[in-house]
Design a protein around this ligand. Sequence first.
Ligand code: ZN
Length: 88
Amino acid sequence: MDSESHQEVGPTADSQQAQQNGEPALLRKVVKTYDTRGGWTLHRLASATEFSCVCCKRQKRAKLMATQSGVWDSLCCNGCYGQHLSTA
Ligand SMILES: [Zn+2]
């Protein structure tokens, strides 16, 4: 029964560790972070990701998203980010 012991150690241990650190899953996909402007920080992810924008309350799917004060619970779409900058 060698195969059984092999299943216990796998790539799943990695993702569990990251969650324990309190690191948002989205943060691991960030490939570029832009300067913070007007309290919002724009991020580019490696791939399009679904999220709900706290500003327009819409479900979005995009590579670009902004966080407010670095809080990943408050995600904002690229369109609303642009609005924030123009009104800041
Ligand atoms: Zn929005």
